[in-house]
Every structure is written in C-alpha cells, then in structure tokens.
Design a protein around this ligand. Structure first.
Ligand SMILES: [Zn+2]
Length: 385
C-alpha cells in the first residue's frame, strides 16, 4: 500500500487526520517514540503497543554503524529484523553526524565522519542516505539536510539552507531512481516507502519561507521542520512553526522534528503540526524525571520514600496501576534496571495519552478549551523544582 494522508477535520489550525503506510494506519496528530538502535530504550515492543504507539522512529546513523544497513536488508528490512510490524520513520543520519563536531567534515558532496564506536570513516551523501533508508525499509524516510547550530548568522543560515535544498533534490532524484527499477547494490525492502522534505533556515523567517517554497517545489509526500528546539527561545520556535506551516500544502503531513515538551506538543498542534518525535519522555524516564497530569516529578526526591500513591492517579498504564511512588523511588535508588523500564512505560503512556486527548478535543472541536485546561492543570510546573 502506498503512502497517503487525509485530514478528517480541523479545529482552528489544529488538524485531525490519518496516514496510510505500508505497515498500517497512524492517527494524527501523533507522537513517535524514538527507537534509536532498533529499540525504544528500556521497552519491549508489546509495551509500546499497549501504550498506544502507532509509529516509532529509527536512527539511521546508529543502525548504519551497528549492525549495518546491509545486514538489516539481508534480514528483510528493519520491521522484520526488530519484530515491529507497525509503521517506522527513519531520520537521514544527518542530525547525529552534525553533532559529532570534531569528527566530521561537511562539503557540498556530503558529510564525511568518523564513527563514534571505532573511528572508522564514512561518507554520508544525499544518495547514500537515501540508499541506506531503502535498505532499512522504513515507511517514511527523511532527506539528508544540514543541521545548523544555534545561534547562527543570517549569512550562515542562508548558505546552509541552500545546501539543504540541493541535497533534498538529490535525495528525491535517488528515491525516484530506486523506485523506477533495480539499482545495483541497493536492496529496496519497502517499495511503498514515502520520503519527507525538511524546511530549514534557522530562526529567519525569510529563509524559512524560501526553503519551504523550494522544498514544496521538489515535491515530497510530507514536510518536516528541522533545526528547531535547538536552544532558541520557545516563543521564537512557536512563531517559526506558525509561519512555516502556512507555507506548506494543506493536504500533506507536517512534522516538527525533535520537539518536544508536552507544552510543545499542544502549542504546535494548535499551529497545525501533525507529527512529533523527541527523546525527552524516554531519556527523562531513565533519569527519574516523570511527567504526570499534576506536573513533573523527580522520583529520586526523598518526599516520595513513603508515598504509597500511584505515580499519576489519572494514568492507566501498567506502572501506575501496579506500583507506588515509594516502590518506584526504591527501584531507582537501588539502581534496578526495572526502574528505567517502568518509568519509560509511564512517560510514553503520558505522551501518547496526551496525543489521544488532543485528537479527541479536535474531533469535538473543543481544542481551545483543552489547551486552556492543559496549561491550568499544572502541566508547566515541576512539583520538585
Ligand atoms: Zn502511568
């Protein structure tokens, strides 16, 4: 089945929709847990399914280095290799390569980098990023883009944005070649793979507008906004998102990469974003930072040592149904691996449940009310700060 996206209804700029992929349907707006190395850290796939995850993200950089894209292709692709039959989105690997700082050289050709594992050298070009994702066989592949550090000058952001457009053209050309017929050396494990373009341009709206126009001209199944949530003031990010969404086709999905907090999800859905991914719920969980309907909790805090209440009385996840704050604190303090698993399950359940409530609110056209209530219910507060 080929990729398609349908907007079912709207409430203001917020959209309720769904996309079809070769591995099933995803309800939008959606949050994608990050499965860096073919697994969402500290979870089993069945926990993700129970929490309501409809799509996960895989990191091309990590999978390329270990176990290798060709090994995964020989196993029939990423879905079969990891035993996850629902949709997967892969990034291009660019974000990790750019964050290597001392270990990479960027030219118009692509990014040459050294593996953080063993120092071996790789060249990631737009064509190669497309080939790797074809071998992985994700349902949605991303173009290779240049990820600019914040802050950047207008001149630097312009040069980077121009390079990203050239790379996007090369990625699209390569995907069409792969779809047109066999290309020597490249196994296509998912012929229905879609490809998303990425709008760059830093915090400069003229550059974002130019990037959006050029990316839409190339033509992709969906459009992402990259280079945000990298340290810019939050109001600036929301402003860029709001303006950029207006430059994208209304019938294509919009994906805000790498954001964010529960607040970001609500605020960017309000601006017309359909898809999110972020390591925050999983990474914070492993550090004992938990999101609840009453605010954030740091489970290490001594005040929970004899607290017999559930982590979040409004959450129906396994962790909250079975365990007290006192027990979760004990597991964390004792360094038990199960602490990471139970905490991750809860944080992901919180995120995915928030998305479900957002979708319900859009369906009932009560999203404005939901948004107000969400911020009133201490979502911004940390109970332990
Ligand atoms: Zn829970």
């Amino acid at each position: 089945m080929a990729f398609s996206f349908t907007v079912r209804s709207t409430d203001g700029a917020a959209r309720l929709g769904e996309f079809q992929t070769p591995h099933g349907v995803v309800q939008a707006p959606t949050f994608m847990p990050v499965g860096t190395q073919g697994v969402v850290k500290a979870t089993r796939h069945r926990d993700l399914e129970e929490a309501g995850a409809e799509i996960i993200l895989g990191n091309t950089y990590h999978l390329l280095l270990r176990p290798g894209d060709e090994l995964i292709a020989r196993r029939g692709g990423l879905h079969r290799f990891i035993g996850w039959n629902r949709p997967i989105l892969t990034d291009s690997g660019g974000f990790q390569v750019f964050s290597l700082a001392q270990r990479r050289v960027i030219t118009d050709e692509g990014a040459e980098f050294q593996s953080h594992l063993d120092g071996s050298r790789y060249l990631l070009t737009p064509e190669r990023a497309t080939d790797i994702q074809s071998r992985l066989g994700s349902d949605i592949a991303m173009v290779l883009d240049e990820c600019l550090a914040f802050p950047a000058t207008h001149e630097a952001a312009a040069a980077s944005m121009t390079r990203s457009i050239q790379w996007a053209q090369r990625c699209r050309r390569r995907l069409l070649e792969l779809q047109a017929g066999p290309v020597a050396g490249v196994t296509v494990t998912n012929p229905g793979q879609a490809q998303f373009g990425i709008v760059q341009g830093g915090v400069f709206q003229d550059l974002r507008d130019e990037s959006a126009g050029a990316t839409v001209d190339i033509g992709f199944e969906g459009y992402a906004m990259g280079g945000l949530s990298v340290g810019e003031p939050i109001d600036q990010m929301y402003a860029v998102v709001g303006d950029t969404v207006g430059r994208l086709p209304p019938d294509a999905p919009r994906y805000l990469m790498g954001a964010g907090t529960p607040d970001d999800l609500v605020e960017c859905v309000a601006r017309g974003v359909d898809m999110f991914d972020c390591v925050l719920p999983t990474r914070n969980a492993r550090n004992g930072q938990l999101f609840t309907s009453e605010g954030r909790i740091n489970i290490r805090n001594a005040r929970y040592a004899e607290d017999d209440s559930p982590l979040d009385p409004r959450c129906g996840c396994y962790t909250c149904r079975h365990h007290s704050r006192a027990y979760l604190r004990h597991l964390y303090m004792a360094g038990e691996m199960t602490a990471g698993a139970l905490n991750t399950l809860h944080n992901l359940s919180y995120y995915l449940d928030t998305m479900r409530r957002i979708r319900d609110a859009i369906a009932f056209r009560t999203f404005d009310r939901f948004r107000l209530d969400f911020f009133r219910s201490a979502s911004r507060l940390s109970l332990d700060s």
